[in-house]
Design a protein around this ligand. Structure first.
Ligand SMILES: Nc1ncnc2c1ncn2[C@@H]1O[C@H](COP(=O)(O)OP(=O)(O)OP(=O)(O)O)[C@@H](O)[C@H]1O
Ligand SMILES: [Mg+2]
Length: 435
């Protein structure tokens, strides 16, 4: 049976437990709780905070308290409160780079009218615990097939799917049913039972699992609270908006405390406002319950708002995969092309500069300070010729086309790159070479 990731919310105390986190790092004799999300230093980007936390984790003694860190949402929770009660604490700091889902060389073929359709063609993917992964790609790329395979609703032809280390493909009988309970699914489209109330829909998986009435009611109330629909408990699906129905579907998928939540196009039929409320709920599931979320979507806005990682599928293959904030720094990536502000060509304006470059800056500190500092350090004249600012999750990100005049223009660009900016010289302009 897969270990449950059902989490305690921070703040519940017994004499043996550490005090509520209170939004600050603290350490005591045996406890050390550190998280970059709520303890980011002023002006620190989440990337820098993440690197700092990793260093803390690497240097932590085995007695360190186990904390799941949620970098962007900033709500840490004690992942195994029972560990606190142990006389000899053997927990470890769990970094979010711990892998919860591994997909290895997955293939799936369907019979088609003109021969076999290879929906998945050797897919490899790692998903880190407590992250939100966006699976994107054109229609027919294999996104839903991948999600269905991970949810064990579809058997792959070959390959492995490990969730918390267990290869799901090799399971059968009760072990398979137990593994399925660890994966909550929000299916594509309207999936609620019309004849049941919102609370009745959420309770369904608990009834199937034989959870007794009083516990069931408590759990349903918690889940309705999580998705912000306590007041709709008695409403029927037809009395709810599309977004509210999707939030109930998320609550239902979370009922059995899964470690993984799969949502296939959860916002495809929704307007932008309603989309936001559904995405907030997915983000809360990750932040407050520590669930790893895999969201299939056509909409790069979903990636922009809640995804830590993204996998781009095309013709059944993963053609790009990584952290969103890393991929946007690579100008050639599809993710950068979709998420960063466009830079219009303006050869006339660019011709007036000694050097012209595209610079991607990630995080508060970089966006706010790097270019002015380069200007003053190197005594160059630096102007913004195009591009702009955006936000990826909570992180501000900028792509600017900059023009520089001055003897030390090259040094200024090199310094920006060393300080964490992604610098790509354009072929336009007098320097004529791409760095
Ligand atoms: N049950 C099935 N029987 C036959 N072919 C299928 C089946 N399911 C998927 N396919 C085919 O496999 C390929 C991948 O389909 P899939 O639904 O995974 O794509 P998708 O990326 O989710 O597309 P969309 O964005 O349109 O939902 C498509 O060519 C599709 O027609
Ligand atoms: Mg699909």
């Amino acid at each position: 049976m897969l270990p449950s990731r059902a989490a305690e919310r921070p703040g519940s105390t017994t004499p043996q437990q550490p005090p509520p986190h209170g939004g600050r790092c603290f350490s005591q004799d045996r406890w050390r709780i550190t998280c970059p999300g709520c303890c980011s230093r002023a002006g620190e980007s989440s990337t820098t905070a993440a690197a700092r936390f990793r260093a803390v984790a690497a240097n932590s003694a085995p007695g360190a308290f186990r904390v799941l860190v949620v970098p962007s949402a900033g709500t840490p929770f004690l992942s195994r409160p029972s560990d606190v009660h142990a006389t000899s604490v053997r927990c470890r700091v769990q970094s979010w780079s711990e892998i919860v889902i591994t997909v290895e060389n997955l293939t799936k073929t369907f019979p088609g009218s003109t021969g076999q359709v290879r929906a998945l063609d050797g897919v490899n993917l790692d998903v880190a615990a407590g992250t939100v992964l966006g699976v994107v790609g054109p229609s027919g790329a294999g996104k839903s097939t991948l999600a269905r395979c991970v949810a064990l609703l579809e058997r792959p032809d070959s390959g492995a799917i490990r969730v918390d280390g267990t290869d799901l493909v090799s399971l059968g009988g009760p072990a398979l049913r137990a593994a399925r309970r660890q994966i909550g699914v929000v299916p594509q489209g309207d999936s609620l039972l019309r004849q049941r109330t919102a609370a009745g829909n959420v309770a369904l998986p608990l009834e199937s699992a034989g959870v007794p009435g009083p516990q069931r009611r408590t759990r349903v109330a918690e889940l309705l609270d999580l998705v912000g629909l306590t007041d709709k408990a008695g409403s029927y699906p037809d009395q709810l908006s599309g977004g509210q129905r999707q939030r109930i579907a998320v609550a239902r998928a979370l009922a059995a405390s899964p470690s993984v939540l799969l949502a296939d196009e959860p916002t495809s039929a929704l307007d932008p406002d309603t989309t936001g409320s559904v995405l907030t709920v997915l983000d809360r599931a990750r932040a407050e319950l520590g669930v790893t979320v895999l969201v299939v979507t056509h909409d790069m806005g979903v990636v922009r708002k809640i995804c830590d990682d993204v996998a781009v599928l095309e013709d059944g293959r993963v053609v790009e995969h990584g952290k969103v904030l890393d991929l946007v720094a690579d100008a050639a990536s599809r993710t950068a092309a979709s998420l960063l502000p466009a830079v219009d060509q303006n050869p006339a304006a660019e011709g007036a500069y000694d050097r012209v470059a595209d610079v991607v800056l990630v995080g508060f500190a970089a966006v706010g300070a790097l270019l002015p500092e380069a200007t003053s350090r190197f005594g160059v004249d630096l102007n913004l010729l195009g591009g702009g600012l955006t936000r990826l999750g909570e992180t501000p990100v900028a792509r600017f086309r900059v023009g520089l005049n001055g003897e030390r223009a090259d040094s200024a660009l090199e310094w920006i790159a060393e300080a964490g900016g992604a610098v790509r010289r354009t072929l336009a302009g007098p320097q004529g070479v791409a760095a």
